[in-house]
Design a protein around this ligand. Sequence first.
Ligand SMILES: [Zn+2]
Length: 477
Amino acid sequence: MRNSRRGKWDLETRRGVGQVLIIEGCHIATADAAGTEHPTGYLVLDGDRIAAVGAGPVPPPYAGTARDAGTERIDGRGLLATPGLVNTHHHLYQWITRGYATDDTLFGWLAALYPVWAGLDADLVYAAAAANLGWLALTGCSTSTDHHYVFPAGGGDLLAAEILAAREIGLRFHPCRGSMNLGQSAGGLPPDTVIEEHDEILAATEAAISQWHDPSFGSMLRIAVAPCSPFSVTAELMRDSAALARRAGVRLHTHLAETADEEEFCQATYGRTPAQYAEDLGWLGPDVWLAHCVHLSGEAVERFAATGTGVAHCPTSNGRLGSGIAPVRALLRAGAPVGLGVDGAASNESGAMLDELHQSLLAARYRDGPLALSARQALHLATMGGAACLGRAAEIGSLEAGKLADVALWDVGGLPGSGIADPLCTLVFGAPALDRLFVGGAPVVSGGQLRTADAGELAAAAGRASALIAGRVQVRS
Ligand SMILES: [Zn+2]
Protein backbone atom coordinates (compact mmCIF):
# COMPACT_ATOMS: atom_id res chain seq x y z
CA MET A 1 0.00 0.00 0.00
CA ARG A 2 1.77 3.04 -1.47
CA ASN A 3 4.26 4.69 0.83
CA SER A 4 6.35 6.82 -1.49
CA ARG A 5 5.13 10.11 0.00
CA ARG A 6 5.70 9.04 3.58
CA GLY A 7 9.48 9.27 3.36
CA LYS A 8 9.31 12.63 1.67
CA TRP A 9 7.08 13.94 4.44
CA ASP A 10 9.32 12.73 7.24
CA LEU A 11 12.54 13.95 5.67
CA GLU A 12 11.64 17.19 4.01
CA THR A 13 8.65 18.85 5.57
CA ARG A 14 8.82 18.48 9.34
CA ARG A 15 10.22 21.48 11.13
CA GLY A 16 13.09 20.75 13.52
CA VAL A 17 13.92 22.43 16.82
CA GLY A 18 15.73 25.69 16.12
CA GLN A 19 14.02 26.11 12.76
CA VAL A 20 12.11 29.31 13.35
CA LEU A 21 9.16 30.72 11.43
CA ILE A 22 7.96 34.26 12.13
CA ILE A 23 4.52 35.40 10.98
CA GLU A 24 3.96 39.13 11.33
CA GLY A 25 1.23 41.66 10.69
CA CYS A 26 -1.77 39.31 10.85
CA HIS A 27 -4.94 39.49 12.93
CA ILE A 28 -4.51 36.81 15.60
CA ALA A 29 -7.42 35.11 17.33
CA THR A 30 -5.63 33.08 20.00
CA ALA A 31 -8.76 31.26 21.28
CA ASP A 32 -7.13 31.27 24.74
CA ALA A 33 -9.25 31.31 27.91
CA ALA A 34 -9.59 35.10 27.81
CA GLY A 35 -10.39 35.12 24.08
CA THR A 36 -7.33 37.31 23.43
CA GLU A 37 -7.06 38.84 19.95
CA HIS A 38 -4.32 40.96 18.41
CA PRO A 39 -5.56 43.02 15.43
CA THR A 40 -1.93 43.27 14.28
CA GLY A 41 0.33 40.72 15.86
CA TYR A 42 3.08 38.15 15.49
CA LEU A 43 3.54 34.45 15.95
CA VAL A 44 6.87 32.68 16.32
CA LEU A 45 7.01 28.95 15.65
CA ASP A 46 10.13 27.07 16.75
CA GLY A 47 10.27 23.44 15.73
CA ASP A 48 6.89 21.91 16.54
CA ARG A 49 6.03 24.48 19.25
CA ILE A 50 4.71 28.02 19.47
CA ALA A 51 7.61 30.06 20.92
CA ALA A 52 5.88 33.45 21.18
CA VAL A 53 2.67 35.25 20.28
CA GLY A 54 1.69 38.86 20.86
CA ALA A 55 0.63 42.27 19.61
CA GLY A 56 2.60 44.55 17.31
CA PRO A 57 5.90 43.77 15.58
CA VAL A 58 7.93 40.78 16.72
CA PRO A 59 10.22 41.71 19.67
CA PRO A 60 13.83 40.66 20.36
CA PRO A 61 15.40 38.14 20.10
CA TYR A 62 13.39 37.48 16.93
CA ALA A 63 13.28 41.04 15.55
CA GLY A 64 15.63 41.44 12.65
CA THR A 65 16.66 37.76 12.65
CA ALA A 66 18.24 37.09 9.30
CA ARG A 67 16.93 34.46 6.91
CA ASP A 68 20.36 32.81 6.83
CA ALA A 69 20.11 32.13 10.56
CA GLY A 70 17.53 29.42 9.75
CA THR A 71 14.60 31.76 10.15
CA GLU A 72 11.70 32.03 7.72
CA ARG A 73 9.30 34.96 7.65
CA ILE A 74 5.75 35.32 6.43
CA ASP A 75 4.11 38.66 5.79
CA GLY A 76 0.78 38.10 7.48
CA ARG A 77 -0.96 41.28 6.38
CA GLY A 78 -4.52 40.49 5.22
CA LEU A 79 -4.46 37.14 7.02
CA LEU A 80 -6.27 35.88 10.12
CA ALA A 81 -4.34 33.41 12.30
CA THR A 82 -6.34 30.91 14.33
CA PRO A 83 -5.46 27.62 15.98
CA GLY A 84 -5.75 24.69 13.59
CA LEU A 85 -9.30 23.35 13.81
CA VAL A 86 -10.08 20.15 15.73
CA ASN A 87 -12.51 17.65 14.24
CA THR A 88 -14.02 15.58 17.05
CA HIS A 89 -16.18 13.13 15.09
CA HIS A 90 -15.79 11.51 11.70
CA HIS A 91 -15.97 8.33 9.60
CA LEU A 92 -13.31 8.76 6.93
CA TYR A 93 -14.24 5.64 4.96
CA GLN A 94 -17.59 7.21 4.07
CA TRP A 95 -15.86 9.60 1.65
CA ILE A 96 -16.35 6.96 -1.07
CA THR A 97 -20.03 6.28 -0.23
CA ARG A 98 -21.49 9.75 -0.50
CA GLY A 99 -24.73 10.48 -2.33
CA TYR A 100 -26.66 7.46 -1.02
CA ALA A 101 -30.09 7.65 0.68
CA THR A 102 -30.03 11.41 0.63
CA ASP A 103 -33.69 11.73 1.67
CA ASP A 104 -33.96 9.34 4.59
CA THR A 105 -33.78 9.09 8.39
CA LEU A 106 -30.63 7.92 10.18
CA PHE A 107 -31.96 4.38 10.49
CA GLY A 108 -33.11 4.29 6.83
CA TRP A 109 -29.80 5.74 5.67
CA LEU A 110 -27.83 3.21 7.73
CA ALA A 111 -29.94 0.32 6.43
CA ALA A 112 -29.17 1.44 2.86
CA LEU A 113 -25.45 1.81 3.52
CA TYR A 114 -24.52 -1.19 5.72
CA PRO A 115 -24.55 -3.55 2.68
CA VAL A 116 -22.34 -1.11 0.74
CA TRP A 117 -19.86 -0.80 3.62
CA ALA A 118 -19.69 -4.62 3.81
CA GLY A 119 -17.46 -4.33 0.72
CA LEU A 120 -14.74 -2.29 2.49
CA ASP A 121 -11.13 -3.38 2.47
CA ALA A 122 -7.81 -1.78 3.41
CA ASP A 123 -7.12 -0.32 -0.06
CA LEU A 124 -10.56 1.34 -0.20
CA VAL A 125 -10.21 2.70 3.33
CA TYR A 126 -6.78 4.09 2.45
CA ALA A 127 -8.09 5.89 -0.65
CA ALA A 128 -11.12 7.27 1.22
CA ALA A 129 -9.08 8.38 4.23
CA ALA A 130 -6.32 10.05 2.21
CA ALA A 131 -8.79 12.07 0.13
CA ASN A 132 -10.92 12.95 3.12
CA LEU A 133 -7.97 13.99 5.29
CA GLY A 134 -6.64 16.07 2.40
CA TRP A 135 -9.96 17.90 2.24
CA LEU A 136 -10.01 18.38 6.02
CA ALA A 137 -6.54 19.96 5.81
CA LEU A 138 -7.68 22.27 3.01
CA THR A 139 -10.57 23.42 5.21
CA GLY A 140 -8.39 24.26 8.23
CA CYS A 141 -8.37 21.05 10.25
CA SER A 142 -5.06 20.15 11.94
CA THR A 143 -6.31 17.40 14.29
CA SER A 144 -8.92 14.86 13.30
CA THR A 145 -10.54 11.93 14.97
CA ASP A 146 -11.92 9.00 13.03
CA HIS A 147 -14.53 6.56 14.29
CA HIS A 148 -14.16 3.36 12.30
CA TYR A 149 -16.66 0.66 13.23
CA VAL A 150 -17.10 -1.52 10.11
CA PHE A 151 -14.56 -4.35 9.90
CA PRO A 152 -15.74 -6.87 7.26
CA ALA A 153 -14.14 -10.31 7.58
CA GLY A 154 -11.09 -10.60 5.33
CA GLY A 155 -10.92 -6.84 4.70
CA GLY A 156 -7.32 -6.49 5.94
CA ASP A 157 -5.92 -4.03 8.47
CA LEU A 158 -8.27 -1.08 8.07
CA LEU A 159 -6.88 0.85 11.03
CA ALA A 160 -3.32 0.62 9.66
CA ALA A 161 -4.60 1.84 6.28
CA GLU A 162 -6.10 5.04 7.68
CA ILE A 163 -3.13 5.65 9.97
CA LEU A 164 -0.83 5.50 6.95
CA ALA A 165 -3.07 8.01 5.15
CA ALA A 166 -2.98 10.39 8.15
CA ARG A 167 0.81 10.18 8.31
CA GLU A 168 1.10 10.99 4.65
CA ILE A 169 -1.31 13.92 4.73
CA GLY A 170 0.32 15.10 7.97
CA LEU A 171 -2.63 15.63 10.32
CA ARG A 172 -2.63 14.88 14.03
CA PHE A 173 -4.81 11.80 14.21
CA HIS A 174 -7.07 10.16 16.80
CA PRO A 175 -8.47 6.96 15.28
CA CYS A 176 -11.18 5.48 17.48
CA ARG A 177 -11.35 1.68 17.25
CA GLY A 178 -15.08 1.23 16.73
CA SER A 179 -17.17 -1.91 16.78
CA MET A 180 -20.61 -3.43 16.27
CA ASN A 181 -21.75 -6.75 17.83
CA LEU A 182 -25.54 -6.39 18.03
CA GLY A 183 -26.87 -7.66 14.70
CA GLN A 184 -30.43 -7.83 13.42
CA SER A 185 -30.93 -11.40 14.63
CA ALA A 186 -30.33 -10.18 18.21
CA GLY A 187 -32.54 -7.07 17.91
CA GLY A 188 -29.92 -4.61 16.61
CA LEU A 189 -30.01 -2.49 13.47
CA PRO A 190 -27.00 -3.69 11.41
CA PRO A 191 -27.19 -6.91 9.39
CA ASP A 192 -25.34 -9.82 10.98
CA THR A 193 -22.87 -9.78 8.07
CA VAL A 194 -21.16 -6.57 9.27
CA ILE A 195 -20.82 -7.30 12.99
CA GLU A 196 -17.92 -8.81 14.94
CA GLU A 197 -17.78 -11.00 18.05
CA HIS A 198 -17.44 -9.47 21.55
CA ASP A 199 -14.09 -11.12 22.42
CA GLU A 200 -12.62 -10.53 18.99
CA ILE A 201 -13.46 -6.80 19.27
CA LEU A 202 -11.84 -6.39 22.66
CA ALA A 203 -8.71 -8.26 21.58
CA ALA A 204 -8.37 -6.17 18.39
CA THR A 205 -8.96 -2.95 20.33
CA GLU A 206 -6.34 -3.84 22.92
CA ALA A 207 -3.88 -4.74 20.15
CA ALA A 208 -4.53 -1.40 18.41
CA ILE A 209 -3.77 0.50 21.61
CA SER A 210 -0.51 -1.35 22.23
CA GLN A 211 0.57 -1.03 18.60
CA TRP A 212 -0.34 2.59 17.89
CA HIS A 213 -1.25 4.72 20.92
CA ASP A 214 1.27 7.46 21.73
CA PRO A 215 0.37 9.36 24.93
CA SER A 216 3.36 11.76 24.74
CA PHE A 217 3.07 15.55 24.55
CA GLY A 218 2.93 16.44 20.87
CA SER A 219 1.67 12.99 19.89
CA MET A 220 0.56 12.65 16.27
CA LEU A 221 -1.45 9.50 17.02
CA ARG A 222 -3.74 8.48 19.85
CA ILE A 223 -6.23 5.64 19.92
CA ALA A 224 -9.67 5.77 21.58
CA VAL A 225 -12.12 2.95 22.31
CA ALA A 226 -15.39 3.46 20.46
CA PRO A 227 -18.23 0.92 20.27
CA CYS A 228 -20.64 2.34 17.69
CA SER A 229 -24.06 3.09 19.22
CA PRO A 230 -26.76 1.78 21.58
CA PHE A 231 -28.57 0.09 18.66
CA SER A 232 -25.53 -1.73 17.23
CA VAL A 233 -23.60 -2.77 20.37
CA THR A 234 -24.56 -4.86 23.43
CA ALA A 235 -24.55 -3.38 26.93
CA GLU A 236 -21.92 -5.96 27.88
CA LEU A 237 -19.56 -4.71 25.15
CA MET A 238 -20.15 -1.10 26.24
CA ARG A 239 -19.20 -2.01 29.83
CA ASP A 240 -16.18 -4.10 28.86
CA SER A 241 -14.97 -1.45 26.40
CA ALA A 242 -15.08 1.20 29.14
CA ALA A 243 -13.11 -1.07 31.47
CA LEU A 244 -10.52 -1.75 28.75
CA ALA A 245 -10.10 1.95 27.94
CA ARG A 246 -9.65 2.85 31.61
CA ARG A 247 -7.12 0.07 32.15
CA ALA A 248 -5.15 1.29 29.13
CA GLY A 249 -5.51 5.01 29.93
CA VAL A 250 -7.18 5.94 26.63
CA ARG A 251 -10.38 7.85 25.94
CA LEU A 252 -13.89 6.62 25.20
CA HIS A 253 -16.12 7.67 22.33
CA THR A 254 -19.49 6.63 20.89
CA HIS A 255 -22.63 7.99 19.22
CA LEU A 256 -25.37 8.99 21.66
CA ALA A 257 -28.84 10.54 21.59
CA GLU A 258 -28.65 11.30 17.88
CA THR A 259 -32.29 10.77 16.89
CA ALA A 260 -35.80 10.32 18.27
CA ASP A 261 -35.66 6.75 16.85
CA GLU A 262 -32.66 6.00 19.07
CA GLU A 263 -34.48 7.36 22.11
CA GLU A 264 -37.42 5.06 21.31
CA PHE A 265 -35.05 2.11 20.87
CA CYS A 266 -33.40 2.74 24.26
CA GLN A 267 -36.72 3.16 26.04
CA ALA A 268 -38.14 0.00 24.44
CA THR A 269 -34.99 -2.12 24.93
CA TYR A 270 -33.50 -0.83 28.19
CA GLY A 271 -36.26 1.29 29.73
CA ARG A 272 -33.83 4.23 29.87
CA THR A 273 -33.07 7.34 27.84
CA PRO A 274 -29.79 7.13 25.91
CA ALA A 275 -28.08 9.41 28.47
CA GLN A 276 -29.36 7.32 31.42
CA TYR A 277 -28.28 4.14 29.64
CA ALA A 278 -24.79 5.59 29.06
CA GLU A 279 -24.46 6.62 32.70
CA ASP A 280 -25.60 3.17 33.90
CA LEU A 281 -22.74 1.63 31.90
CA GLY A 282 -20.02 3.96 33.17
CA TRP A 283 -20.09 6.02 29.99
CA LEU A 284 -20.23 9.51 31.48
CA GLY A 285 -16.95 11.00 32.71
CA PRO A 286 -14.05 13.31 31.94
CA ASP A 287 -12.45 10.67 29.69
CA VAL A 288 -15.58 10.35 27.49
CA TRP A 289 -16.77 12.40 24.54
CA LEU A 290 -20.00 11.57 22.74
CA ALA A 291 -21.12 12.37 19.21
CA HIS A 292 -24.36 14.29 18.50
CA CYS A 293 -26.28 14.45 21.82
CA VAL A 294 -29.18 16.09 20.02
CA HIS A 295 -31.90 14.67 22.26
CA LEU A 296 -30.84 15.51 25.81
CA SER A 297 -33.10 16.43 28.71
CA GLY A 298 -32.17 19.32 31.01
CA GLU A 299 -31.18 16.74 33.58
CA ALA A 300 -28.86 15.01 31.10
CA VAL A 301 -27.21 18.34 30.25
CA GLU A 302 -26.49 18.83 33.95
CA ARG A 303 -25.07 15.30 34.28
CA PHE A 304 -22.78 15.88 31.29
CA ALA A 305 -21.48 19.08 32.87
CA ALA A 306 -21.10 17.56 36.35
CA THR A 307 -19.14 14.58 35.01
CA GLY A 308 -17.06 16.53 32.45
CA THR A 309 -18.47 14.47 29.57
CA GLY A 310 -17.66 16.04 26.20
CA VAL A 311 -19.97 16.46 23.22
CA ALA A 312 -18.98 16.32 19.54
CA HIS A 313 -21.57 18.62 17.96
CA CYS A 314 -22.16 17.78 14.28
CA PRO A 315 -24.63 20.37 12.99
CA THR A 316 -24.32 19.66 9.24
CA SER A 317 -24.86 15.93 9.65
CA ASN A 318 -27.76 16.52 12.03
CA GLY A 319 -29.31 18.78 9.40
CA ARG A 320 -28.54 16.42 6.50
CA LEU A 321 -30.35 13.58 8.33
CA GLY A 322 -33.00 15.83 9.88
CA SER A 323 -32.05 14.53 13.33
CA GLY A 324 -32.62 17.80 15.20
CA ILE A 325 -30.43 20.46 16.81
CA ALA A 326 -28.24 19.78 19.83
CA PRO A 327 -28.74 22.02 22.91
CA VAL A 328 -25.32 23.64 22.56
CA ARG A 329 -26.23 26.81 24.40
CA ALA A 330 -27.47 24.85 27.41
CA LEU A 331 -24.41 22.57 27.38
CA LEU A 332 -22.05 25.57 27.30
CA ARG A 333 -23.95 27.35 30.04
CA ALA A 334 -23.83 24.25 32.22
CA GLY A 335 -20.07 23.98 31.60
CA ALA A 336 -19.83 20.80 29.51
CA PRO A 337 -16.97 20.58 26.96
CA VAL A 338 -18.35 20.92 23.41
CA GLY A 339 -16.35 20.43 20.20
CA LEU A 340 -17.34 20.31 16.54
CA GLY A 341 -17.36 17.37 14.16
CA VAL A 342 -18.07 17.01 10.47
CA ASP A 343 -19.34 13.45 11.12
CA GLY A 344 -19.00 10.84 8.39
CA ALA A 345 -18.70 12.19 4.86
CA ALA A 346 -21.79 10.24 3.80
CA SER A 347 -24.05 12.05 6.26
CA ASN A 348 -22.46 15.42 5.61
CA GLU A 349 -21.60 15.15 1.89
CA SER A 350 -19.31 18.21 1.97
CA GLY A 351 -17.08 17.31 4.91
CA ALA A 352 -15.50 20.78 5.12
CA MET A 353 -14.29 21.52 8.66
CA LEU A 354 -14.70 25.29 8.28
CA ASP A 355 -18.38 24.84 7.38
CA GLU A 356 -19.08 23.44 10.83
CA LEU A 357 -18.30 26.82 12.43
CA HIS A 358 -20.87 28.46 10.16
CA GLN A 359 -23.43 25.72 10.68
CA SER A 360 -22.97 25.64 14.47
CA LEU A 361 -23.72 29.34 14.62
CA LEU A 362 -26.83 29.07 12.45
CA ALA A 363 -28.11 25.90 14.14
CA ALA A 364 -27.78 27.39 17.63
CA ARG A 365 -29.69 30.48 16.49
CA TYR A 366 -32.42 28.46 14.73
CA ARG A 367 -32.92 26.65 17.99
CA ASP A 368 -32.40 29.27 20.70
CA GLY A 369 -32.54 32.69 19.05
CA PRO A 370 -30.07 35.39 18.01
CA LEU A 371 -27.96 35.32 21.17
CA ALA A 372 -27.51 31.55 21.27
CA LEU A 373 -23.95 31.50 19.89
CA SER A 374 -21.47 34.14 18.75
CA ALA A 375 -18.78 33.87 16.07
CA ARG A 376 -16.14 33.79 18.79
CA GLN A 377 -17.94 31.01 20.62
CA ALA A 378 -18.12 29.05 17.35
CA LEU A 379 -14.33 29.40 16.99
CA HIS A 380 -13.95 28.24 20.59
CA LEU A 381 -16.01 25.10 19.87
CA ALA A 382 -13.83 24.30 16.85
CA THR A 383 -10.57 24.78 18.76
CA MET A 384 -10.40 24.64 22.58
CA GLY A 385 -13.74 22.85 22.83
CA GLY A 386 -12.45 20.10 20.57
CA ALA A 387 -9.10 19.97 22.37
CA ALA A 388 -10.94 19.48 25.67
CA CYS A 389 -13.03 16.64 24.19
CA LEU A 390 -9.81 14.87 23.16
CA GLY A 391 -8.06 15.49 26.48
CA ARG A 392 -5.47 17.73 24.80
CA ALA A 393 -6.32 21.19 26.15
CA ALA A 394 -2.71 21.62 27.34
CA GLU A 395 -1.26 20.87 23.89
CA ILE A 396 -3.53 22.18 21.12
CA GLY A 397 -6.61 24.37 20.55
CA SER A 398 -5.14 27.82 21.25
CA LEU A 399 -2.24 29.96 20.09
CA GLU A 400 -0.16 30.21 23.27
CA ALA A 401 3.57 29.93 23.87
CA GLY A 402 4.57 26.35 24.69
CA LYS A 403 1.68 24.76 22.81
CA LEU A 404 2.05 22.80 19.60
CA ALA A 405 2.46 24.83 16.43
CA ASP A 406 -0.89 23.91 14.84
CA VAL A 407 -1.86 27.13 13.06
CA ALA A 408 -4.31 28.08 10.30
CA LEU A 409 -3.82 31.26 8.29
CA TRP A 410 -6.97 32.46 6.54
CA ASP A 411 -7.14 34.95 3.67
CA VAL A 412 -9.80 37.37 4.89
CA GLY A 413 -8.97 40.08 2.35
CA GLY A 414 -9.87 38.28 -0.89
CA LEU A 415 -13.11 38.71 -2.80
CA PRO A 416 -15.40 36.79 -0.39
CA GLY A 417 -14.02 38.56 2.69
CA SER A 418 -13.30 41.99 1.33
CA GLY A 419 -15.21 44.71 3.12
CA ILE A 420 -16.23 42.66 6.17
CA ALA A 421 -15.19 44.78 9.16
CA ASP A 422 -14.33 41.95 11.56
CA PRO A 423 -12.00 39.10 10.47
CA LEU A 424 -13.71 36.71 12.91
CA CYS A 425 -17.03 37.47 11.21
CA THR A 426 -15.40 36.68 7.87
CA LEU A 427 -14.26 33.35 9.29
CA VAL A 428 -17.59 32.24 10.77
CA PHE A 429 -20.29 34.14 8.86
CA GLY A 430 -18.40 34.52 5.59
CA ALA A 431 -16.36 32.37 3.23
CA PRO A 432 -12.63 32.89 3.76
CA ALA A 433 -10.00 30.90 1.85
CA LEU A 434 -7.39 28.91 3.75
CA ASP A 435 -3.95 30.23 2.86
CA ARG A 436 -1.72 28.01 5.01
CA LEU A 437 -1.97 25.26 7.58
CA PHE A 438 0.85 24.19 9.89
CA VAL A 439 0.68 21.01 11.94
CA GLY A 440 3.43 20.79 14.54
CA GLY A 441 5.12 23.61 12.64
CA ALA A 442 5.18 21.64 9.38
CA PRO A 443 3.47 23.17 6.34
CA VAL A 444 0.60 20.93 5.22
CA VAL A 445 -1.15 23.60 3.13
CA SER A 446 0.47 26.63 1.55
CA GLY A 447 -0.85 29.04 -1.04
CA GLY A 448 -4.22 27.30 -0.60
CA GLN A 449 -2.73 24.04 -1.96
CA LEU A 450 -2.09 20.75 -0.23
CA ARG A 451 1.69 20.31 0.08
CA THR A 452 1.86 16.74 1.33
CA ALA A 453 -0.03 15.07 -1.51
CA ASP A 454 -1.39 15.77 -4.96
CA ALA A 455 -5.07 16.71 -4.49
CA GLY A 456 -5.91 15.63 -8.05
CA GLU A 457 -4.42 12.18 -7.45
CA LEU A 458 -6.30 11.82 -4.16
CA ALA A 459 -9.58 12.69 -5.90
CA ALA A 460 -8.97 10.28 -8.77
CA ALA A 461 -8.13 7.43 -6.38
CA ALA A 462 -11.23 8.16 -4.29
CA GLY A 463 -13.36 8.15 -7.46
CA ARG A 464 -12.01 4.73 -8.44
CA ALA A 465 -12.59 3.41 -4.91
CA SER A 466 -16.16 4.70 -4.93
CA ALA A 467 -16.91 2.92 -8.23
CA LEU A 468 -15.29 -0.26 -6.92
CA ILE A 469 -17.32 -0.44 -3.71
CA ALA A 470 -20.53 0.34 -5.61
CA GLY A 471 -19.70 -2.50 -8.02
CA ARG A 472 -19.09 -4.92 -5.15
CA VAL A 473 -22.57 -4.41 -3.68
CA GLN A 474 -24.12 -5.08 -7.10
CA VAL A 475 -22.15 -8.32 -7.45
CA ARG A 476 -23.31 -9.55 -4.03
CA SER A 477 -26.96 -8.68 -4.69
ZN1 LIG B 1 -21.01 9.40 13.32
